[in-house]
Design a protein. Sequence first.
Length: 106
Amino acid sequence: MNDTASDTQTAKEKLVRDLQRVITDAEELLHATAGQTEGKVAELRERIQTNLMDARHKLGDIEEAVKVKTKQVAHATDDYVHEHPWRAIGTAAGVGLLVGLLIGRR
């Protein structure tokens, strides 16, 4: 997997985690204000509840898409390594050498 795909994948996973936190926080806020039944507050709570349900469904879809894409990238990488084993070994050795040099400089 190249660096750009890896960075994109990491960013997507972080976005999913952040959205999960926002949804959880919003649900906690809804529970904390459950006793307030004044007109505007009750209307806002209902709208937020609807939006949260929609967000949970969309988040589930995004999570599934991220999982599928991750598997596709893993399969593509596996196929590449099987088709070009020496190139993959050389690349891994080169990366290992660079990491070793960088760690050795400390």
